[in-house]
Design a protein around this ligand. Sequence first.
Ligand SMILES: C[S@@+](CC[C@H](N)C(=O)[O-])C[C@H]1O[C@@H](n2cnc3c(N)ncnc32)[C@H](O)[C@@H]1O
Length: 428
Amino acid sequence: MLSQKLNNLGEKKFIDTSWDFRKEYTKSITHGYHTYPAMMIPQIARRLIRSYGKNANILLDPFMGSGTALLEGILHSQFKEVYGIDINPLALLISKVKITPIEPQQLWDEYHKLVKNYLSDKNEVSFKQKKIETPKFFNIDFWFKPEAIIDLTLIKNNIEKIKNKDIKNFFLIVFSETVRNVSNTRKREYKLYRLNPEALKKHNPKTIEEFRNKAKKNIYGMEEFIKEKYNCKVHILDEDTRYKTSLQDNSVDLIITSPPYGDSGTTVAYGQFSRLALQWLDYDKQTVSDIDKISLGGIPTKDLKNYLSSPTLKKTLNKISKIDPRRAKDVLSFYVDFDKCVEELHRVTKKGAFLCFVVGNRTVKGTQIPTDEIVLELFQAKNNYKHHNTFIRNIPHKRMPKLNSPTNITGNHAVTMNEEWIVILEKQ
Ligand SMILES: C[S@@+](CC[C@H](N)C(=O)[O-])C[C@H]1O[C@@H](n2cnc3c(N)ncnc32)[C@H](O)[C@@H]1O
Protein backbone atom coordinates (compact mmCIF):
# COMPACT_ATOMS: atom_id res chain seq x y z
CA MET A 1 0.00 0.00 0.00
CA LEU A 2 2.37 2.69 -1.20
CA SER A 3 1.31 6.22 -1.91
CA GLN A 4 3.61 8.80 -3.46
CA LYS A 5 4.31 12.33 -2.17
CA LEU A 6 6.87 15.01 -2.94
CA ASN A 7 9.10 16.25 -0.16
CA ASN A 8 10.10 19.92 0.18
CA LEU A 9 13.02 19.40 -2.20
CA GLY A 10 10.62 18.09 -4.80
CA GLU A 11 11.92 14.53 -4.42
CA LYS A 12 9.55 11.59 -4.52
CA LYS A 13 8.93 9.68 -1.35
CA PHE A 14 6.78 6.63 -0.84
CA ILE A 15 4.43 6.41 2.11
CA ASP A 16 3.54 2.91 3.18
CA THR A 17 -0.02 3.51 4.33
CA SER A 18 -0.28 -0.01 5.74
CA TRP A 19 1.62 1.42 8.74
CA ASP A 20 -0.88 4.24 9.28
CA PHE A 21 -3.50 2.14 11.08
CA ARG A 22 -5.96 4.89 10.35
CA LYS A 23 -9.21 4.58 12.32
CA GLU A 24 -7.87 1.72 14.44
CA TYR A 25 -8.53 1.84 18.17
CA THR A 26 -5.32 2.67 20.03
CA LYS A 27 -6.55 2.71 23.63
CA SER A 28 -7.34 -0.96 24.22
CA ILE A 29 -6.39 -2.80 27.43
CA THR A 30 -4.28 -0.37 29.48
CA HIS A 31 -2.90 1.56 26.50
CA GLY A 32 -5.25 4.49 27.15
CA TYR A 33 -4.35 4.99 30.82
CA HIS A 34 -2.60 8.32 30.44
CA THR A 35 -1.86 10.85 27.73
CA TYR A 36 1.80 11.22 26.82
CA PRO A 37 3.49 13.28 24.13
CA ALA A 38 4.31 11.52 20.87
CA MET A 39 3.01 8.13 22.01
CA MET A 40 3.72 5.19 19.78
CA ILE A 41 0.55 3.46 18.72
CA PRO A 42 0.27 -0.16 19.89
CA GLN A 43 -0.30 -1.43 16.35
CA ILE A 44 3.20 -0.31 15.32
CA ALA A 45 4.91 -2.01 18.27
CA ARG A 46 2.79 -5.14 17.63
CA ARG A 47 3.67 -5.34 13.96
CA LEU A 48 7.36 -4.76 14.66
CA ILE A 49 7.37 -7.52 17.29
CA ARG A 50 5.67 -9.92 14.88
CA SER A 51 7.97 -9.04 11.98
CA TYR A 52 11.33 -8.76 13.72
CA GLY A 53 10.98 -10.52 17.06
CA LYS A 54 10.33 -14.10 15.98
CA ASN A 55 13.09 -15.68 18.07
CA ALA A 56 13.58 -12.83 20.50
CA ASN A 57 13.69 -13.38 24.27
CA ILE A 58 14.62 -9.92 25.50
CA LEU A 59 12.94 -6.72 24.37
CA LEU A 60 14.13 -3.20 25.18
CA ASP A 61 12.61 0.22 24.75
CA PRO A 62 15.39 2.67 25.70
CA PHE A 63 13.04 5.71 25.45
CA MET A 64 10.03 4.04 27.00
CA GLY A 65 7.73 7.04 27.60
CA SER A 66 4.31 5.73 28.58
CA GLY A 67 5.33 2.13 27.94
CA THR A 68 3.52 1.23 24.70
CA ALA A 69 6.24 -1.11 23.45
CA LEU A 70 6.65 -2.61 26.92
CA LEU A 71 2.99 -3.46 27.22
CA GLU A 72 2.89 -4.95 23.72
CA GLY A 73 6.01 -6.94 24.63
CA ILE A 74 4.44 -8.58 27.65
CA LEU A 75 1.31 -9.40 25.65
CA HIS A 76 3.51 -11.48 23.33
CA SER A 77 4.28 -14.60 25.29
CA GLN A 78 7.63 -15.27 23.60
CA PHE A 79 9.56 -12.70 25.66
CA LYS A 80 11.28 -13.82 28.86
CA GLU A 81 12.26 -10.29 29.82
CA VAL A 82 11.13 -6.84 28.81
CA TYR A 83 13.08 -3.67 29.68
CA GLY A 84 12.10 -0.02 29.52
CA ILE A 85 14.28 2.99 30.32
CA ASP A 86 13.26 6.60 30.88
CA ILE A 87 14.49 9.65 32.75
CA ASN A 88 11.01 11.06 33.38
CA PRO A 89 9.45 9.92 36.69
CA LEU A 90 5.97 10.37 35.24
CA ALA A 91 6.81 8.01 32.36
CA LEU A 92 8.14 5.47 34.86
CA LEU A 93 4.98 5.65 36.95
CA ILE A 94 2.60 5.42 33.98
CA SER A 95 4.47 2.44 32.54
CA LYS A 96 4.55 0.65 35.88
CA VAL A 97 0.82 1.06 36.37
CA LYS A 98 0.04 -0.07 32.82
CA ILE A 99 1.79 -3.40 33.27
CA THR A 100 0.78 -4.18 36.87
CA PRO A 101 -2.22 -6.52 37.08
CA ILE A 102 -4.67 -5.76 39.90
CA GLU A 103 -7.89 -7.59 40.66
CA PRO A 104 -10.54 -5.19 39.25
CA GLN A 105 -12.92 -5.77 42.18
CA GLN A 106 -10.28 -4.33 44.52
CA LEU A 107 -10.12 -1.26 42.31
CA TRP A 108 -13.90 -0.88 42.26
CA ASP A 109 -14.03 -1.14 46.07
CA GLU A 110 -11.30 1.45 46.47
CA TYR A 111 -12.91 3.68 43.84
CA HIS A 112 -16.26 3.74 45.72
CA LYS A 113 -14.46 4.45 48.96
CA LEU A 114 -12.51 7.31 47.40
CA VAL A 115 -15.61 8.94 45.96
CA LYS A 116 -17.54 8.54 49.20
CA ASN A 117 -14.74 10.01 51.30
CA TYR A 118 -14.27 12.85 48.84
CA LEU A 119 -17.97 13.74 49.06
CA SER A 120 -17.93 13.73 52.82
CA ASP A 121 -14.72 15.83 52.96
CA LYS A 122 -16.15 18.24 50.43
CA ASN A 123 -19.23 18.62 52.53
CA GLU A 124 -17.10 19.55 55.55
CA VAL A 125 -15.17 22.10 53.52
CA SER A 126 -18.19 23.67 51.78
CA PHE A 127 -20.74 23.71 54.57
CA LYS A 128 -18.80 23.42 57.80
CA GLN A 129 -16.05 25.74 56.59
CA LYS A 130 -13.39 23.19 57.49
CA LYS A 131 -9.95 24.50 56.53
CA ILE A 132 -7.69 22.23 54.50
CA GLU A 133 -4.06 22.64 53.69
CA THR A 134 -3.51 22.87 49.93
CA PRO A 135 -0.15 22.44 48.14
CA LYS A 136 2.00 25.54 47.83
CA PHE A 137 4.10 24.92 44.75
CA PHE A 138 5.14 27.83 42.54
CA ASN A 139 2.33 29.40 40.48
CA ILE A 140 -0.32 26.92 41.57
CA ASP A 141 -2.94 29.70 41.47
CA PHE A 142 -1.94 30.59 37.94
CA TRP A 143 -2.45 27.06 36.66
CA PHE A 144 -5.52 26.02 38.71
CA LYS A 145 -8.76 27.63 39.78
CA PRO A 146 -9.36 27.77 43.57
CA GLU A 147 -12.15 25.17 43.44
CA ALA A 148 -9.98 22.78 41.43
CA ILE A 149 -7.16 23.17 43.96
CA ILE A 150 -9.51 22.20 46.80
CA ASP A 151 -10.98 19.24 44.91
CA LEU A 152 -7.61 17.93 43.80
CA THR A 153 -6.30 18.22 47.36
CA LEU A 154 -9.24 16.26 48.76
CA ILE A 155 -8.85 13.51 46.15
CA LYS A 156 -5.10 13.32 46.61
CA ASN A 157 -5.36 13.15 50.44
CA ASN A 158 -7.67 10.18 50.12
CA ILE A 159 -5.43 8.41 47.60
CA GLU A 160 -2.53 8.87 50.03
CA LYS A 161 -4.42 6.78 52.59
CA ILE A 162 -4.46 3.69 50.33
CA LYS A 163 -2.15 1.08 51.84
CA ASN A 164 -1.61 -1.21 48.85
CA LYS A 165 1.14 0.43 46.76
CA ASP A 166 -0.07 -0.88 43.38
CA ILE A 167 -3.63 0.29 43.98
CA LYS A 168 -2.35 3.66 45.18
CA ASN A 169 -0.21 4.06 42.04
CA PHE A 170 -3.19 3.09 39.89
CA PHE A 171 -5.22 5.97 41.34
CA LEU A 172 -2.27 8.36 41.23
CA ILE A 173 -2.19 7.90 37.45
CA VAL A 174 -5.91 8.64 37.27
CA PHE A 175 -5.23 11.67 39.47
CA SER A 176 -2.34 12.82 37.29
CA GLU A 177 -4.53 12.77 34.17
CA THR A 178 -7.22 14.63 36.12
CA VAL A 179 -4.68 17.31 37.12
CA ARG A 180 -3.92 17.91 33.48
CA ASN A 181 -7.56 17.98 32.41
CA VAL A 182 -8.73 20.43 35.06
CA SER A 183 -5.72 22.76 34.89
CA ASN A 184 -5.86 26.14 33.16
CA THR A 185 -3.65 24.87 30.35
CA ARG A 186 -4.53 24.64 26.67
CA LYS A 187 -5.29 20.97 26.25
CA ARG A 188 -3.87 20.02 22.88
CA GLU A 189 -0.44 21.36 23.69
CA TYR A 190 2.53 19.67 25.25
CA LYS A 191 4.15 22.83 26.47
CA LEU A 192 2.53 24.78 29.25
CA TYR A 193 0.37 27.50 27.79
CA ARG A 194 -2.37 29.09 29.83
CA LEU A 195 -5.88 29.38 28.38
CA ASN A 196 -6.59 32.82 26.96
CA PRO A 197 -8.65 35.13 29.23
CA GLU A 198 -11.89 34.43 27.36
CA ALA A 199 -11.46 30.64 27.55
CA LEU A 200 -10.32 30.91 31.16
CA LYS A 201 -13.54 32.67 32.15
CA LYS A 202 -15.57 29.79 30.71
CA HIS A 203 -13.31 27.12 32.21
CA ASN A 204 -15.19 25.56 35.12
CA PRO A 205 -13.72 22.12 35.53
CA LYS A 206 -15.72 19.43 37.26
CA THR A 207 -12.79 17.83 38.99
CA ILE A 208 -14.48 14.91 40.69
CA GLU A 209 -16.39 14.06 37.49
CA GLU A 210 -13.13 14.05 35.53
CA PHE A 211 -11.56 11.80 38.15
CA ARG A 212 -14.50 9.41 38.26
CA ASN A 213 -14.75 9.08 34.49
CA LYS A 214 -11.05 8.44 34.09
CA ALA A 215 -10.98 5.98 37.01
CA LYS A 216 -13.87 3.99 35.54
CA LYS A 217 -12.28 3.89 32.08
CA ASN A 218 -8.98 2.69 33.54
CA ILE A 219 -10.70 0.00 35.64
CA TYR A 220 -12.45 -1.26 32.48
CA GLY A 221 -8.97 -1.38 30.92
CA MET A 222 -7.76 -3.44 33.87
CA GLU A 223 -10.68 -5.84 33.41
CA GLU A 224 -9.30 -6.54 29.92
CA PHE A 225 -5.68 -6.63 31.02
CA ILE A 226 -6.18 -9.10 33.87
CA LYS A 227 -7.31 -11.72 31.34
CA GLU A 228 -3.90 -11.52 29.67
CA LYS A 229 -1.75 -13.80 31.76
CA TYR A 230 1.90 -13.00 31.34
CA ASN A 231 4.95 -14.43 32.98
CA CYS A 232 7.86 -12.48 31.55
CA LYS A 233 9.93 -10.32 33.89
CA VAL A 234 9.45 -6.61 33.42
CA HIS A 235 12.20 -4.16 34.34
CA ILE A 236 11.38 -0.47 34.41
CA LEU A 237 14.67 1.37 34.74
CA ASP A 238 15.01 4.88 36.08
CA GLU A 239 18.21 5.39 34.11
CA ASP A 240 19.67 7.50 31.35
CA THR A 241 20.27 5.78 28.01
CA ARG A 242 23.23 8.08 27.29
CA TYR A 243 25.27 6.34 29.97
CA LYS A 244 26.07 2.77 30.94
CA THR A 245 22.80 1.18 32.03
CA SER A 246 22.24 -1.91 34.18
CA LEU A 247 21.61 -4.08 31.10
CA GLN A 248 24.16 -6.82 30.42
CA ASP A 249 26.49 -6.72 27.41
CA ASN A 250 25.11 -8.47 24.29
CA SER A 251 21.81 -9.38 25.94
CA VAL A 252 19.02 -7.66 24.00
CA ASP A 253 17.38 -9.34 20.98
CA LEU A 254 14.97 -6.64 19.92
CA ILE A 255 14.74 -2.86 20.36
CA ILE A 256 11.51 -1.07 19.61
CA THR A 257 11.55 2.60 20.39
CA SER A 258 10.60 6.12 19.45
CA PRO A 259 13.27 8.53 20.67
CA PRO A 260 12.47 12.21 21.20
CA TYR A 261 12.22 14.13 17.91
CA GLY A 262 14.89 16.62 18.82
CA ASP A 263 16.11 18.83 21.65
CA SER A 264 13.46 19.49 24.31
CA GLY A 265 13.71 23.26 23.88
CA THR A 266 12.37 23.28 20.34
CA THR A 267 10.44 19.99 20.06
CA VAL A 268 8.50 18.18 22.79
CA ALA A 269 9.35 19.29 26.32
CA TYR A 270 8.60 16.16 28.34
CA GLY A 271 9.47 17.96 31.56
CA GLN A 272 7.06 20.78 30.88
CA PHE A 273 4.36 18.32 29.90
CA SER A 274 4.80 16.45 33.19
CA ARG A 275 5.48 19.38 35.48
CA LEU A 276 2.04 20.07 36.97
CA ALA A 277 1.27 16.41 37.59
CA LEU A 278 4.67 15.81 39.19
CA GLN A 279 4.27 18.88 41.41
CA TRP A 280 0.92 17.55 42.60
CA LEU A 281 2.53 14.15 43.14
CA ASP A 282 5.10 15.82 45.46
CA TYR A 283 8.22 15.31 43.34
CA ASP A 284 10.88 17.76 44.42
CA LYS A 285 11.51 20.92 42.43
CA GLN A 286 14.96 19.86 41.26
CA THR A 287 13.78 16.50 39.86
CA VAL A 288 10.99 18.20 37.95
CA SER A 289 13.13 20.99 36.53
CA ASP A 290 15.94 18.62 35.56
CA ILE A 291 13.87 16.50 33.16
CA ASP A 292 14.25 18.77 30.16
CA LYS A 293 17.91 19.37 30.93
CA ILE A 294 18.76 15.68 30.95
CA SER A 295 16.55 14.87 27.96
CA LEU A 296 18.49 14.38 24.74
CA GLY A 297 19.78 17.76 23.59
CA GLY A 298 18.74 19.44 26.85
CA ILE A 299 21.97 21.43 27.00
CA PRO A 300 23.03 23.17 23.76
CA THR A 301 26.52 22.39 22.50
CA LYS A 302 29.01 25.24 22.77
CA ASP A 303 30.28 25.07 19.22
CA LEU A 304 29.41 23.53 15.92
CA LYS A 305 32.44 21.32 15.70
CA ASN A 306 30.77 18.27 14.27
CA TYR A 307 32.67 15.26 15.43
CA LEU A 308 29.83 12.83 14.76
CA SER A 309 30.26 10.34 11.98
CA SER A 310 27.19 11.21 9.96
CA PRO A 311 27.83 12.99 6.64
CA THR A 312 24.10 13.68 6.36
CA LEU A 313 24.07 15.46 9.71
CA LYS A 314 27.10 17.50 8.73
CA LYS A 315 25.49 18.59 5.47
CA THR A 316 22.23 19.46 7.25
CA LEU A 317 23.96 21.45 9.99
CA ASN A 318 25.95 23.44 7.46
CA LYS A 319 22.73 24.45 5.76
CA ILE A 320 20.97 25.46 8.98
CA SER A 321 23.98 27.29 10.42
CA LYS A 322 24.14 29.57 7.37
CA ILE A 323 20.73 30.88 8.42
CA ASP A 324 20.92 30.52 12.19
CA PRO A 325 24.04 29.16 13.90
CA ARG A 326 22.32 29.07 17.30
CA ARG A 327 19.57 26.76 16.05
CA ALA A 328 22.19 24.60 14.37
CA LYS A 329 23.81 24.13 17.80
CA ASP A 330 20.45 23.12 19.31
CA VAL A 331 20.08 20.53 16.57
CA LEU A 332 23.61 19.22 17.02
CA SER A 333 23.22 18.91 20.80
CA PHE A 334 20.43 16.38 20.28
CA TYR A 335 22.52 14.17 17.98
CA VAL A 336 25.57 14.39 20.26
CA ASP A 337 23.41 12.91 23.04
CA PHE A 338 21.75 10.46 20.67
CA ASP A 339 25.17 9.20 19.62
CA LYS A 340 25.96 8.39 23.27
CA CYS A 341 22.78 6.27 23.30
CA VAL A 342 23.89 4.56 20.08
CA GLU A 343 27.10 3.56 21.88
CA GLU A 344 25.11 2.12 24.79
CA LEU A 345 22.61 0.29 22.57
CA HIS A 346 25.50 -1.12 20.60
CA ARG A 347 26.91 -2.50 23.88
CA VAL A 348 23.69 -4.17 25.07
CA THR A 349 22.44 -5.72 21.82
CA LYS A 350 23.26 -9.23 20.64
CA LYS A 351 24.54 -10.07 17.20
CA GLY A 352 21.49 -10.70 15.05
CA ALA A 353 19.34 -8.30 17.11
CA PHE A 354 16.87 -6.11 15.31
CA LEU A 355 16.69 -2.43 16.20
CA CYS A 356 13.54 -0.56 15.22
CA PHE A 357 13.49 3.23 15.54
CA VAL A 358 10.40 5.30 14.88
CA VAL A 359 11.68 8.80 14.17
CA GLY A 360 10.42 12.14 12.93
CA ASN A 361 12.29 14.19 10.33
CA ARG A 362 11.52 17.65 11.58
CA THR A 363 12.19 20.85 9.71
CA VAL A 364 14.38 23.57 11.18
CA LYS A 365 14.77 26.90 9.40
CA GLY A 366 13.29 25.44 6.24
CA THR A 367 15.65 22.45 6.19
CA GLN A 368 14.28 19.00 6.80
CA ILE A 369 16.56 16.94 9.05
CA PRO A 370 16.71 13.36 7.77
CA THR A 371 16.94 11.68 11.20
CA ASP A 372 16.23 8.29 9.60
CA GLU A 373 19.45 8.54 7.60
CA ILE A 374 21.40 10.05 10.49
CA VAL A 375 20.38 7.16 12.81
CA LEU A 376 21.52 4.70 10.19
CA GLU A 377 24.87 6.43 9.68
CA LEU A 378 25.56 6.75 13.41
CA PHE A 379 24.97 3.01 13.94
CA GLN A 380 26.87 1.99 10.85
CA ALA A 381 29.85 4.02 12.05
CA LYS A 382 29.98 1.84 15.20
CA ASN A 383 29.90 -1.53 13.55
CA ASN A 384 28.35 -3.61 10.89
CA TYR A 385 24.64 -2.82 10.98
CA LYS A 386 22.58 -3.98 8.07
CA HIS A 387 19.86 -1.62 6.93
CA HIS A 388 16.79 -3.81 6.52
CA ASN A 389 14.20 -1.28 5.60
CA THR A 390 12.77 2.17 6.24
CA PHE A 391 9.01 2.56 6.12
CA ILE A 392 7.43 5.99 5.93
CA ARG A 393 4.01 6.33 7.49
CA ASN A 394 1.49 9.12 7.84
CA ILE A 395 0.75 10.20 11.39
CA PRO A 396 -3.00 10.09 11.74
CA HIS A 397 -3.06 9.42 15.48
CA LYS A 398 -0.13 10.79 17.31
CA ARG A 399 -0.68 13.99 19.21
CA MET A 400 2.33 16.18 18.83
CA PRO A 401 3.28 19.57 17.46
CA LYS A 402 2.79 19.46 13.73
CA LEU A 403 3.55 23.11 13.37
CA ASN A 404 6.53 25.17 14.29
CA SER A 405 7.63 28.64 13.47
CA PRO A 406 10.57 28.57 11.07
CA THR A 407 11.15 32.28 11.45
CA ASN A 408 10.20 32.65 15.11
CA ILE A 409 7.48 35.04 13.97
CA THR A 410 4.25 34.14 15.70
CA GLY A 411 1.72 32.83 13.25
CA ASN A 412 4.28 32.12 10.57
CA HIS A 413 4.08 28.38 10.64
CA ALA A 414 5.45 25.58 8.55
CA VAL A 415 4.21 22.05 8.68
CA THR A 416 7.07 20.06 10.18
CA MET A 417 5.92 16.56 10.80
CA ASN A 418 3.15 14.70 9.11
CA GLU A 419 5.11 11.51 8.68
CA GLU A 420 7.26 9.16 10.66
CA TRP A 421 10.13 7.00 9.50
CA ILE A 422 10.44 3.47 10.84
CA VAL A 423 14.07 2.47 10.48
CA ILE A 424 14.96 -1.22 10.82
CA LEU A 425 18.54 -2.26 11.45
CA GLU A 426 20.07 -5.64 12.10
CA LYS A 427 23.27 -6.01 14.10
CA GLN A 428 25.61 -8.28 12.14
C1 LIG B 1 8.81 9.95 22.03
S1 LIG B 1 8.85 9.66 23.77
C2 LIG B 1 8.50 7.95 23.85
C3 LIG B 1 7.03 7.67 23.74
C4 LIG B 1 6.72 6.20 23.90
N1 LIG B 1 7.10 5.44 22.72
C5 LIG B 1 5.23 6.01 24.18
O1 LIG B 1 4.57 5.26 23.48
O2 LIG B 1 4.73 6.66 25.12
C6 LIG B 1 10.55 9.76 24.14
C7 LIG B 1 10.94 9.49 25.60
O3 LIG B 1 12.36 9.56 25.72
C8 LIG B 1 12.64 9.96 27.05
N2 LIG B 1 14.05 10.40 27.13
C9 LIG B 1 14.58 11.58 26.77
N3 LIG B 1 15.90 11.59 27.04
C10 LIG B 1 16.21 10.38 27.59
C11 LIG B 1 17.40 9.78 28.06
N4 LIG B 1 18.54 10.47 28.07
N5 LIG B 1 17.36 8.51 28.53
C12 LIG B 1 16.17 7.82 28.55
N6 LIG B 1 15.00 8.35 28.12
C13 LIG B 1 15.01 9.60 27.65
C14 LIG B 1 11.62 11.06 27.31
O4 LIG B 1 11.46 11.28 28.70
C15 LIG B 1 10.37 10.47 26.64
O5 LIG B 1 9.60 9.80 27.58
